[in-house]
Each structure stands twice: as structure tokens, then as C-alpha cells.
Design a protein around this ligand. Structure first.
Ligand code: PLP
Length: 377
């Protein structure tokens, strides 16, 4: 049975061209990039070429990019080190951030290193800009240095942040701004020269690159001290012998994602919208979490009406050869619950399935998913 993979916000299949680029390096480029002999220099050159590719795509300087093991590490690095190194005493964030942000800010609060302020959200997960401005006003008036950490797109419901508006607000209030861009890198153009964001994070496996490699952008205005101590790798910021295959794969995947962005976007959007249209025709009372019109085009978070069989939906889809992911408001039975849906729709008895797409998904796959769901709902 050919499986249907609609869980592309969790991860994406490796692009064959990315694999090929990585295999070349694996086979022929084994040097330690810190060595000064020929093999080392060759490995160093591959890393620096990758960094240059990414810097060109994001319109930033190579000195502002640091490779990490993943998006989680990048987000931990920014949040914890901004508080440690930049005199931040208040962190403004939201309760629907990815756990790597949420748990990082909660740790800072529990260790009394910074105070957390949660920005209000509407029921689609949009940030209340008025509330954000009020908190920034108050912090500025009190002389409190603030870090704002708000994700560009929510990974569960797809709601997008107006990153330019938040960046401008932070700039006007002298606050640092970090945006977790793990779900949007490779899917939306990001011009760092035009967006006054202090920090962003990326993860290769979200856009058809390998797992175990990510990066952090740290604007040259906000230099942090090392996150991992040890050797002088990543200009002393992140010690440890570099994941050269991963770095090369990350740059290749990002290059392809931006080269093909428009055609991928159009295809993904069409297939996703087709699923929505077919569901609306087939399943009574189907709704969506987040903002299905203006949100991330690769995510459709579907809210199914309460039913005895709803809890089994995800498992039954899996048994029918369809991979998606779950997460309803409450944690019950096999559904582990979602802090995001729980926050937006507290105590809702409805059942959520997140479908997330890549550019290889087809209309025929959607037909098969809807036919399966019809039997299950
Ligand atoms: N931030 C967001 C929004 C994510 O969706 C994820 C992955 O699910 C991460 C951060 C963590 O990225 P990684 O898997 O590279 O640690």
C-alpha cells in the first residue's frame, strides 16, 4: 500500500537533490573543518559556501548566521542567552508557541531570571497588537529591557504573525525581537535587511532537508556570548565539530525551496484548498482551527464535530495508510491533546486533525483521504 503523508509540518521527506549533495560530501569531504591542512580547508570551504548561500537567500551577512543542531537549539540559544547577555528582564511571548520556546521562557521564569508576559490572542491565534504595544510601553517606561518572542507561523494551526509590524513595534520601543521562523523558512520570502528582527531560527527538515541541522540568525547589533562552550567553531558561538553533511544539505534544501517557492506554493495551496472543499461537502459541521484563509498555506487544522469515534480518527487514518497528526483541546484516551488548540478553544469536545502538505501531494490523495474519513466520522 502506498502511504499518504500529510504530516509535513512535523517533517518533510528529503529531496533527492539534497541527498545527492550530501552524499558527495560524505564520500569525498571527510576533513575536520578546524584543521588547517588541505582536507580541513576543503571541509571548511563547503561550510562557508553553504553559509554564503543562506545569507544571500535571507539578505543578511554571513557573520550573522550560526549553525545549530536543530530549531529547538536555535530557539533555546536566543531566548536564554538574550536574557543572560543582553540585560533582558522581561520576556513577552504567547501561550501557543512551540514547546521549545514555551519551556525556555518558563524555565527563565522559574529560575527568576526574567519575568514573562503573555500577549493576548484571538481565537484564531492572532496576536493582539494593541496589548503588545501596551506591554512594550509599560516596560519601556519602567526601564525594563524586553525580549519579544513570537512565532512567524504556528506549527499546529498555521496562523501567521505580521512579522514586519511586530518588528517595527519592537524597534520603536527599544525591545529585542525573536521570531521562531521554523515553519516559514523556505515557504515565505524573508528579507532580513528589510525586517528589523533581531533573531530568527530555522530547521532543515521542515523544507526537505536533513534532520539534525538548523541555524540561528543573530543580528550583528545583538551579539550574544557562546551557547555551548568548547572549541572555536561557529566563531566561538557554538562549539563542536560541525555537521558538514547536514550544513551542505540545509543550504541545498533552502536554495531549492526558494528557487521553486512560487510553483510549490501554488500547488500546495490548491491541494490544501481542495481538501477543505471536499471535507465541507462530505462531513457535516466540519470547522477549522486557526485562520484557514490567511494562515500558512501548507497547514489545514480540521476540527471535527464531537463523536464517540472521533478519538480514534488519527489511529484509524494511520491504519488506512494516511499520516496526519492530532491534538484536540483536552487530553483524553489516545489523543494526547494540544496546548495550542487547548488555548484557542478551551474545553472543546471537538476532535482536531492537522493535515499539512508538501508539493508532491496530489488531488487523488485528497480524494482517498476524504473517502476514508467519510467511513470513519
Ligand atoms: N519551532 C517550530 C514552530 C516547530 O514547528 C518546530 C518543529 O516542530 C521547532 C521549532 C523545532 O524544530 P526542530 O525539530 O528542528 O528542533
Amino acid at each position: 500500500m502506498n502511504r499518504i503523508f500529510l504530516d509535513n509540518a512535523a517533517t518533510t521527506p528529503l529531496d533527492p537533490l539534497v541527498l545527492e549533495a550530501m552524499q558527495q560530501v560524505m564520500a569525498h569531504n571527510f576533513g575536520n573543518p578546524s584543521s588547517i591542512h588541505a582536507e580541513g580547508r576543503q571541509a571548511r570551504a563547503a561550510i562557508e559556501a553553504a553559509r554564503k548561500t543562506i545569507a544571500n537567500l535571507l539578505n543578511c551577512s554571513i557573520g550573522e548566521l550560526f549553525f545549530t543542531s536543530c530549531g529547538t537549539e536555535a530557539n533555546n540559544m536566543v531566548i536564554k542567552n538574550a536574557v543572560r547577555d543582553l540585560g533582558v528582564s522581561k520576556v513577552i511571548s504567547s501561550l501557543i508557541e512551540h514547546h521549545c520556546v514555551l519551556h525556555s521562557v518558563e524555565r527563565l521564569a522559574s529560575e527568576q531570571k526574567a519575568q514573562i508576559q503573555w500577549v493576548k490572542l484571538d481565537d484564531q491565534g492572532h496576536v493582539d497588537m494593541q496589548h503588545l504595544a501596551e506591554m512594550l510601553d509599560q516596560n519601556q517606561a519602567a526601564g525594563e529591557k524586553t525580549l519579544v518572542s513570537l512565532m512567524h507561523a504556528n506549527n499546529e494551526v498555521g496562523t501567521l504573525l505580521d512579522i514586519n509590524a511586530v518588528a517595527a513595534l519592537c524597534q520603536a520601543h527599544g525591545a529585542y525581537f525573536h521570531s521562531d521562523t521554523v515553519q516559514t523558512l523556505g515557504y515565505y520570502p524573508i528579507d532580513l535587511a528589510a525586517t528589523p528582527v533581531g533573531f530568527i531560527s530555522g530547521s532543515a527538515h521542515k523544507f526537505h532537508g536533513p534532520k539534525g541541522i538548523g541555524f540561528v540568525y543573530i543580528s550583528s547589533n545583538n551579539m550574544l556570548k557562546p551557547f555551548i562552550d568548547g572549541g572555536a567553531q561557529e566563531r566561538n558561538m557554538r562549539a563542536g565539530t560541525e555537521n558538514i553533511y547536514g550544513i551542505v544539505g540545509l543550504a541545498k534544501a533552502m536554495e531549492l525551496a526558494y528557487e521553486q517557492l512560487e510553483e510549490r506554493r501554488q500547488h500546495i495551496r490548491r491541494v490544501r484548498d481542495y481538501l477543505a472543499a471536499q471535507l465541507e461537502k462530505t462531513i457535516p459541521e466540519v470547522e477549522y482551527n486557526g485562520d484557514p484563509i490567511e494562515g500558512h498555506y501548507k497547514i489545514l487544522s480540521v476540527s471535527f464535530p464531537p463523536s464517540a469515534r472521533g478519538e480514534m480518527l488519527l489511529m484509524n487514518l494511520d491504519m488506512a495508510g494516511i499520516s496526519a497528526s492530532g491534538g484536540s483541546a483536552c487530553s483524553s484516551g489516545i489523543d494526547v491533546g494540544s496546548h495550542v488548540v487547548g488555548q484557542l478553544h478551551p474545553d472543546s469536545p471537538r476532535h482536531t486533525i492537522r493535515f499539512s502538505f508538501n508539493h508532491h501531494n496530489t488531488f487523488a490523495e485528497v480524494d482517498a483521504v476524504v473517502a476514508s474519513l467519510k467511513k470513519m466520522c
